[in-house]
Write a protein that binds this ligand. Structure first.
Ligand SMILES: Cc1cc2nc3c(=O)[nH]c(=O)nc-3n(C[C@H](O)[C@H](O)[C@H](O)COP(=O)(O)O)c2cc1C
Length: 190
């Protein structure tokens, strides 16, 4: 599967990096882009940016002349991990401040799977309304909230409690046995 990963400047840089690792282990072709703000929050959290490798392509956030910016190239899904409030707002309103927003816009218009792993707390009404708009347009808002059922001992194990669920939403790995619905075809009606 060909998967786009957008990484934005919210806390939880580990989520995107870990998702790339696990998708690569599943044999996926990964197309990744980090926003300028991601570099600031990732540095704060001690997370290094992913490097290009076999099956991992990295794009510059200001370059729109790339396959993930076009609907004529097929990608099986996109995850924004982590997703900031600012990027949620851009996706909800169709504004492109960088390549991640354009790639997400393309996923929605082509009715392909788009998951926003959202990280902000508490929520304002603006966040909630933007989540509603994205959901009605066919996107999935997954909250970056880890769970503790398996007593995670490390940051990676904690992050994996979230990322495993993201992969289920992408139908990858053990997700093959789940019966999640396809993206909604609802249109946004103001
Ligand atoms: C260390 C650090 C942590 C941040 N954490 C968050 C966060 O958890 N959620 C959020 O929505 N914004 C957070 N921000 C603010 C975003 O980085 C900022 O809104 C930025 O414009 C997001 O741009 P982007 O979505 O294009 O990456 C943080 C910024 C910094 C520097």
């Amino acid at each position: 599967m060909r998967i786009i990963i957008g990484m934005t400047g919210a806390s939880g840089a580990v989520y995107g990096v870990r998702l790339i690792d696990r998708l690569r282990d599943e044999g996926c072709e990964i197309h990744a882009v980090m926003s300028p703000a991601w570099r600031q929050s990732a540095a704060q959290e001690g997370i290094a940016p992913p490097k290009p490798a076999k099956n991992i392509r990295i794009y510059e956030p200001e370059n729109y002349n790339v396959p993930i910016a076009s609907g004529s190239e097929h990608f099986d899904g996109m995850v924004i991990a982590p997703c900031s409030g600012s990027t949620l707002a851009c996706v909800a309103s169709g504004i492109n401040r960088h390549l991640i927003h354009r790639a997400a816009e393309v996923q929605l218009k082509e009715r392909r799977r788009l998951i926003l792993l959202f990280r902000e707390s508490p929520l304002s009404l603006i966040h909630i309304q933007n989540m509603e708009r994205v959901t009605l347009a066919g996107g999935i808002v997954q909250i970056a909230a880890p769970h503790f059922y398996q007593s995670p001992q490390t940051v990676q194990e904690l992050a994996d409690t979230v990322i495993t669920r993201t992969m289920q939403l992408l139908f990858i790995g053990s997700a093959a046995s789940t019966t999640l619905p396809l993206p909604s075809t609802n249109r946004y009606e103001p």
